[in-house]
Write a protein that binds this ligand. Structure first.
Ligand code: SAM
Ligand code: SF4
Length: 337
């Protein structure tokens, strides 16, 4: 049973369960140029454009979070690089690195990374996560419905050439890319990339049954440990991953396994959607409308809304892959994965 929330400390971002919030993820758009099967349906409906926050509003909200103790911001989506002013936002927030902000990062599908990597580096971004669920062109196209893997690989190379450290995100999908996980790890070692494996999460309605593609990472890890010299690494990225390192290399293997091992006790993050809603949990519906607050009452109203939101942050998600309906109707692309 969840404990009764304690009153919120107004100065710091501490939630009702005593967790300090230091990490803000911003979904800068819910739109995307791909349609990954585990993420959204082929005929996905996107938010109307007039419902979205303007760049100036996103920046003001993010800066308020920095003023109140957020030290890391990730721009994500949807696909952040399909929003035309995403780089302008990165430039603006990048100015706060070393001035309240420790790090500005980005999660992307890599399709437009070759074009934008130098500008991201100039904005102050030093690390990007790139989704790559398969290096096989046909499997990649099947999973993403439209993606060209060569374009993503070119984006990864361009990012590295621009000076960005790249981590690969790979969602483990039974019957689709399970056999590619070990080769992907070997390739990441060769390319000096980190790799994070992710369990598919039941968020948003899609065209297929997620349970049929669910590949528990507990078994995947056991197989990888038999093949490779993996040592436990106590690195903390501020995220939910647990880490291993390939001995003798710089490659870190992360596992995000919300279904097989819950990570909510140490959750330090909140998520701002492109329409200005602040969600306290990827897998719960509690939220606050920061767009309404900032438009009606400026920064004081924004502070009030943030405080109210923190008191609502749930203790944990309730993901169950075998449940008939997703844990929440909202897709990961809306909340910001
Ligand atoms: N479009 C960008 C991308 O794909 O990297 C950023 C947004 S995407 C929502 C962020 C991450 O969430 C990606 O690594 C993606 O694979 C992952 N993701 C999306 N839907 C998911 C789901 N239902 N379960 C687990 N991971 C998911
Ligand atoms: Fe787009 Fe990322 Fe979702 Fe794939 S996972 S459909 S790239 S938002």
């Amino acid at each position: 049973m969840a404990c009764a929330p304690a009153p919120v400390d107004r100065r710091a971002l501490v939630d009702g369960h005593g967790r300090t919030i230091s990490y803000l993820r911003i979904s800068v758009t819910d739109r995307c140029d791909l349609r990954c099967r585990y993420c959204m349906s082929e005929q996905m409906t996107f938010l109307p454009r007039d419902a979205l926050l303007r760049l100036e509003e996103i920046a003001l909200i993010a800066e308020r979070f920095i003023a109140r103790g957020v030290r890391k911001i990730r721009l994500t989506g949807g696909e952040p690089l399909v929003r035309r002013d995403a780089i302008d936002l990165a430039r603006r927030l990048g100015r706060r690195i070393g001035d309240g902000l420790d790090e500005l990062t980005l999660t992307t599908n890599g399709m437009r990374l070759a074009e934008h990597a130098p500008a991201l580096f100039d904005a102050g971004v030093r690390r990007v996560n790139v989704s790559l669920d398969s290096r096989d062109p046909d499997i990649f196209r099947y999973i993403t419905r439209h993606g060209e893997v060569a374009q993503v690989l070119a984006g990864i190379a361009a990012a590295q050439a621009a000076g960005l450290a790249v981590k690969i995100n790979m969602v483990a999908l039974k019957g689709l890319n399970g056999a590619e996980i070990a080769p992907m790890l070997e390739w990441c070692v060769d390319q000096r990339l980190d790799l994070t494996l992710i369990e598919t999460m039941p968020v948003g309605v899609i065209d297929e049954d997620r349970a049929e593609r669910f590949l528990p990472l507990t078994g995947v890890l056991a197989e990888l440990q038999e093949r490779f010299p993996l040592v436990r690494d106590d690195h903390r990225s501020g995220g939910p991953a647990r880490y291993w390192r390939m001995e003798g290399t710089s490659t870190r293997l992360g596992l995000i396994s919300p279904l097989t091992s819950n990570f909510c006790d140490t959750c330090n993050r909140v998520r701002l959607t492109t329409e200005g809603k602040l969600y306290m949990c990827l897998g719960q519906d509690d939220h606050a409308d920061l767009k309404a607050a900032i438009r009606s009452g400026g920064l004081p109203a924004l502070d009030e809304a943030i405080d109210r939101a923190l008191s609502l942050k749930p203790a944990r998600h309730d993901f169950r892959i075998d449940a008939r309906a997703p844990a929440v109707a909202r897709h990961m692309s809306v909340t910001g994965g």
